[in-house]
Structure formats: structure tokens, C-alpha cells
Design a protein around this ligand. Sequence first.
Ligand code: NDP
Length: 391
Amino acid sequence: MRRVSILGATGSIGQNTIDLIDRAPPGTFEVVALTGGRNVAQLAEDARRLGAAVAVTAHEEHLEELRAALDGSGVEAAAGQGALIEAAARPADWVMSAIVGAAGLAPGLAALEQGATLALANKESMVCAGPLVMATARRHGATVLPVDSEHSAVFQGLVGEDRAAVERIVITASGGAFRDWPLERLAHATPAEAATHPNWDMGQRITIDSASMFNKALEVIEARELFGVEPARIEVLVHPESIVHALVGFADGALMAHVGPPDMRHAIGYALNWPERRALPVERLDLAALGQLTFRAPDDRRYPALRLAREVMARGGLSGAAFNAAKEIALDGFIAGRIGFLEMAEVVEEVLSRLSSEPGRIDASFDLETVLHIDGSARRVAGQVISERTS
Ligand code: NDP
């Protein structure tokens, strides 16, 4: 029986993970810890049904509500940042890291420190502190399994292969809601328009990040950290159908493509059952019915976030943490109607430039405290940049 914990159990990735656990034959999984944020009713319902040992809300003000909802169930209730980390550190074989944002970093590290396999959906951990995550995994004999569909696809493409023969990694992007819009319309795009994804059913923020390609920019940095491939060998390809998730190119010219339906339960299920492959309740593709798959190069003018990702990788250090935090604040600003769609990249670029002009702030060494410090500084500077633009 595999002992599993799910951090971010009430979110989209968490709920898909629970769906797979619910469908598995009895006795396959034992649920140790489930964590959530404000959706206490969902957290309590899942913890009861799955017989979790502990349920944790990130917010202390929700503890009483959680306790009441779990009354008589035998499930322990806890709240707050410390409790989240303790939940991640409870002995388990497999921990899903699906908290959104930089808040996922510390609990993910705690799971690695107990030697668990970390199924990593929280790409922000790798963007902010990839070297710290990978070093922690190595030190504790833990494994990091990617859950982002593109990275899971690359991981699967590398199984049994000679890493030294990898020439390039190609991750695909749908191109998001505006891939076919005329460039001059982008400046006036609204949050509602950006939050409509052509293929994937995801939350509002990640869907807007797909339209701006900030999501892909994070994924390029994540790929570099996960697979240790030089930035110049990581390519992005626009593939509107979202059927080919990634390709791995080898020294002999072969390109191994991962082809599957756009359903996160595939990548989650692969990680959940790894190293075995078990049947998953996902659509089986009919390629003849699909008829054709199309690809095109991304246009840097449409997607400045991709250029910024390359600059972040070239600079290294803590610039990933600054990039991620500035992007979060710029996204808040766009959703709130304070800045336009194209201004998000301008704000992020300005934050990177202001922080890098202060020696030592971005190039400091990696530890959790420094990463969180840079995260906070970048959020503050991004807030200032937006205020300057709107005043
Ligand atoms: P959601 O917003 O749907 O869920 C986020 C989860 O984190 C919820 O359980 C939420 O609790 C919890 N949470 C929010 N804020 C905090 C906090 N400060 N501290 C602790 N817990 C918190 O996100 P997704 O499931 O969409 O994404 C999760 C991660 O997976 C992200 O890093 C995302 O980039 C990545 N990812 C997502 C994909 C997708 O298809 N959705 C695809 C690939 C990667 P509550 O809701 O109860 O408040």
C-alpha cells in the first residue's frame, strides 16, 4: 500500500489526484495528509471519505470550521504554515506538491527531507529555487517526479535513454487565448478574454498565464532545473491542438514525442503509479479522427515572457524567484484592471532590472530564507512599478 499526502488537495491538481485515488482498487493507497486553503468544506469531505490521518488548512482563522467539519471522523485537524510543513513531513511514500505559488516551496522541501517521492505540480518551486529543491532531494535520497504535462512527457521520453545523447528538449504550448489575435489588439485584451483556454480546463490565473505565455516561461525555467539541460537546448513550439506535450531530440536525430489527450490526470496518474504504468481513466486518442497536428514557432513580439525567461536563465541566481514574484503581482494588476495585458511583461522586466541594479540582491546563494526574501522584495518593487504607472 502506497502512503500518499496531497498538498493543495482542494485545488484543480489536488482534486484530479483525489479522483484517481478514489477510482483505484481498495488497498492501493493510504492517505496520510491532505492540505488546503480556504475551501474547508471540500478538504473535510475528502479527508473523511479517504480516511486521512490529518487535514490542514493554511489559514488559522479556518481551524474551528475545519475541526467542526471533521468532528467524530477521527481525522486530526490543524492549521497554519507550521502545520502545513509538519503535514508534509509526516512519513509518506509519495507527496503531491500542488499548492499554488511560492507558498508551495517550504512544504515541498519538507516532503523531500523525509525522503518521499515528490510529485511536483508546483512549478514555482523549481523556478524560485530549482537548485535548492534538487540538492535537497539528492541529500535525502528523495525523487522529484514532474507533474506538469510537458515535463512529465520529457521525463517519460528520457526513461532508459542515455542522458548524454540528449540534444534538445522541445516543450509545446497551445499559444493560449490570443494566439490568432492581431498583435495590435493585445494591448486591449481583458482578463475575461485571457481566461478562456482553447484546450485545457484550468484555473483563471494559469489560463491567463497561458495567454501571455508566462506559464510557458516558467515551464522553460522548470525544464532547465529538472533536467539539467542548457537553456539553448530548450525550445518552445506552438502546437494549437495540445496533443503532443513535449519532444526529446537525441544525437542521432531521433525525436521522441509524447502524445496524449489534454487531461492532467494522465501526468498525475503516471506520477502516482510510477515506476509502474497502470490503466488511467483518460480518453484514448483517435489520431485518424484528429487528422492533423500543426506546429509553428512562437513569435517573441506576441510573447515577450519567453524572452524574459531566457534572460532569467542567463542570469541565474535568484532571478527566477524575482521573476515569479513580479509575475504574480503583474497578474494581480491585470486581473484588477490596473494594467493592460502587454504591460504585465513590462512590469516584470522593470522589476528584474531594478533588483539586479542592487548588487547581491539577486545573486545571493540559495537557501529558503533568501529565496523568500527576494520573493518579498520583488513583490514590493512590482507593486511600486504598477503604482507609478497608474498614478
Ligand atoms: P488551484 O488554485 O486550483 O489550487 C491551489 C491549491 O493550493 C488549493 O488547494 C488552495 O487551497 C491551496 N492554496 C492556495 N494558497 C495557498 C497558500 N498560501 N498556502 C497553502 N495552500 C494554498 O491551483 P492548481 O491546482 O491549478 O495548480 C497548483 C499548482 O500546479 C500550481 O503551481 C500550478 O502552476 C501547477 N499546475 C497546474 C496545472 C493545472 O492544470 N491546473 C497544470 C500544471 C501545473 P484553497 O483552494 O482551499 O484555498
